[in-house]
Each structure stands twice: as structure tokens, then as C-alpha cells.
Design a protein around this ligand. Structure first.
Ligand code: AMP
Length: 358
């Protein structure tokens, strides 16, 4: 694809906060954004030039959307890979490729893909029925975690298993198809945000250290406490994933860091990521601008980090503190414009930055 000239329109599948921040970044580069979402009054729609509201399997609406845009990308991972494929088959430029979406949407395919590229994962097994479960429990043992293969996010769709009896109860609750994973007694959780351009240029942000509460990201600190070898290994793994997909755009991989510094891949997101929100203030090019650059066929921007960062999510009622946060000169406040607050809903985030002296 020829690099898109400013004034072109970028189509985004999904209307959440990631779409909103992508749209803001696109506007800074002179692009218009058109959102396709199944939700009315979405956060992204309110900052974008145009929005189509229709189900993700509405072929007619998708074709109409494709006619209005020059390239299409996604902002949340459960956009059906079939939707992306239908758009590609109809001749649209879709970035990233629907293969990457499909792999990331299925925890078994995702772990199998990591293993095929030489990236360590927890021991895992696909569970379609009771016999699979029995075999997996014998092989993997407990503690372990039973997860649904699809549509799990923010800690949903998974149950910790401490014994074979637990495994049966968990399987009854979650249903098939599932995946049983060995529990990893990790020292910390980290993520790497990386990007690849259509010309094969690759860029990495510094490793992010992530704390979760109730399965939801709560805080990201950069730099992470992981040692230099772990940082090098994360970049090498990310590069392999980007190359394996011929990926275009920003991609995130989440890892467990074991006590000896070894990395175990947990999951990947073929998109910008909550643990990369710090890049808005904390890096020379934000992850959102980077993604827009990549999908528009532009060169990637520099990922240099400008200081030490802490990013905290505002979840549910946390966002009610907006006036105190707005008055705090150390806090850079971001609110996503969601109409209602619910427990566990990401309403905004706050970034605190200590600039580098040099
Ligand atoms: P996930 O939805 O797979 O990202 O899991 C959400 C959180 O559950 C992770 O960030 C970890 O804190 C924890 N978790 C998931 N899988 C494992 C595992 N195999 N071992 C230990 N902790 C896990």
C-alpha cells in the first residue's frame, strides 16, 4: 500500500477508549477517523469524524464502511477475525492481518503459536471433554488454571484449580472448549509493546511492569525491575512474533517473569494496550501514534522514554476523584467519556512522570 497522505480516512473496528485514543492520535497526523462499532454513543465515536453502528457480522454495513476508509484497523481483540477477513476479501487493507486476530482470540492457538516460535509458555492442554480434563490434570497437575479458550479478558473466564475435584467443578462452570494451564509462581508480570511498519521496520518500548487487581490491570511502572537479560529476551521474543505474522501495527505481549529471570508468555494483544498508556506523555511517540503510523504505511517514530513513569487505571468509582486529580500537578489525567461507571469498568487513567535529568 502507498503511504496514506494526511486527509485520508482511517477506519477503526471498535468504539472503546483505545479507539478514542487512536482517533486523537490520528487527528494529530492530519487523518480523519471513521469508527465501526455495535455500540451507540461509544467513547471513540465522540471524537471521530464518522461512525457506523451495526453488528460486526452485518456484511452490508461493513462494505459501506470499507468504501469510506483507506485502511482498517481494530481497537479491541474480540472483533471477530471473520469480520476482518470479510473486509480483506472485499479488497480492503486491514492491519493487522486477520490471522493475528484469530490466533490472539483463542488461548490454545495463542499458546501453540508461542511454542511454535520458540517462546516459553506455561504447560497447557486443550480441554474439550471430561477425558481431556482427566488427562490434563494427570499431566499438568495442580495448582493450575482452567480458562475458556475464547472471550476471556481482564481475568474473566478463568478459575484457579487446586485439586482434581476443583478441576471438575471449574469445567462444569466454564464449559468447553477450555484450556488447562500450569500455574506459574511468577515474581512479576511485564509486557512489551512493540511495532512493525509495512517496510519491516521494528520498534520496542521499554518493558512495562504490571500489577493486576481482581484480574484487571491496576498499575504500570516503567522501567520494570526486570534485569537486562530479561529485557533483551522480551525484545527477541517480540521480534519473532512480529516477523512470524509479517505484522503491521502495534502489538503487545504479556509475560510472567520467573524468579530466575526467565520469561513465560501469557498472552498477546494484536493492538495498543492498557499497559502502554504511559507512552502518551512518557515516550517521544505514543503507542497510539505509532499504531496509526504503521497502519498508514508511514515510518515508525522514536520510542525513547523521557522519564520514570507510573500509570494508574481509574476503575469504576476511582474516576469520581477527577477534581482532586485535575488539581494535582503531578498527575496527567485521562478520562474516556464513558457515560456510566460500573465496578471493574475502565473509566480513565492517570500518568505520573519523573523527567530524566540528562
Ligand atoms: P489472563 O486473562 O490470562 O491475562 O490472566 C489474568 C491474570 O491472571 C494474569 O495477569 C495473571 O496475574 C493471572 N494468571 C493467568 N494465567 C496464569 C498462570 N498460568 N499462572 C499464574 N497466574 C496466571
Amino acid at each position: 500500500m502507498k503511504p496514506l497522505a494526511p486527509g485520508s480516512t482511517i477506519g477503526i473496528l471498535g468504539g472503546g477508549q483505545l479507539g478514542r485514543m487512536l482517533s486523537n492520535a490520528a487527528s494529530e497526523l492530519g487523518f480523519d477517523v471513521c469508527i465501526f462499532t455495535d455500540e451507540h454513543d461509544s467513547p471513540a465515536a465522540r471524537v471521530s469524524a464518522r461512525t457506523f453502528v451495526a453488528p460486526f457480522d452485518d456484511r452490508g454495513a461493513l462494505e459501506e464502511f470499507a468504501r469510506h476508509v483507506h485502511v482498517i484497523t481494530t481497537e479491541f481483540e474480540n472483533v471477530p477475525a471473520a469480520t476482518a477477513k470479510a473486509l480483506m476479501d472485499a479488497g480492503a487493507h486491514v492491519r493487522p492481518h486477520h490471522h493475528a486476530l484469530a490466533v490472539a482470540q483463542d488461548r490454545f492457538d495463542e499458546k501453540s503459536f508461542f511454542a511454535s516460535t520458540g517462546i516459553a509458555t506455561p504447560a497447557f492442554a486443550a480441554i474439550a471433554n471430561q477425558a481431556d480434563l482427566d488427562a490434563a490434570i494427570t499431566e499438568i497437575g495442580a495448582p493450575s488454571i482452567l480458562k475458556t479458550r475464547r472471550f476471556g479478558y481482564d481475568g474473566r473466564g478463568q478459575i484457579r484449580v487446586m485439586s482434581p475435584a476443583d478441576a471438575e467443578a471449574a469445567f462444569d462452570k466454564l464449559g468447553a472448549p477450555g484450556i488447562l494451564e500450569a500455574f506459574c509462581p511468577f515474581e512479576r508480570e511485564v509486557s512489551i509493546i512493540c511495532a512493525r511498519s509495512q517496510d519491516g521496520q521494528v520498534a520496542f518500548y521499554d518493558l512495562c511492569e504490571n500489577e493486576h487487581k481482581n484480574g484487571i490491570l491496576s498499575r504500570t511502572v516503567v522501567p520494570s525491575r526486570a534485569n537486562a537479560a530479561t529485557n533483551v529476551a522480551a525484545r527477541a521474543a517480540a521480534q519473532r512474533v512480529l516477523e512470524a505474522f509479517g505484522y503491521i501495527g502495534v502489538l503487545t505481549i504479556e509475560f510472567f517473569v520467573m524468579p530466575d529471570g526467565a520469561l513465560i508468555a501469557n498472552e498477546m494483544a494484536p493492538r495498543v494496550h492498557n499497559s502502554g498508556h504511559w507512552t502518551i506523555e512518557g515516550a517521544l511517540t505514543s503507542q497510539f501514534e505509532q499504531h496509526i503510523r504503521a497502519v498508514a504505511g508511514w515510518p515508525l517514530g522514536p520510542t525513547t522514554r523521557v522519564g520514570d513513569i507510573e500509570m494508574s487505571n481509574l476503575i469504576g468509582a476511582d474516576a469520581e476523584e477527577w477534581s482532586e486529580l485535575a488539581a494535582d500537578p503531578s498527575a496527567r489525567l485521562h478520562l474516556y467519556g464513558k457515560r456510566d461507571s460500573r465496578d471493574g469498568r475502565k473509566m480513565g487513567h492517570v500518568t505520573r512522570l519523573r523527567l530524566r535529568e540528562d
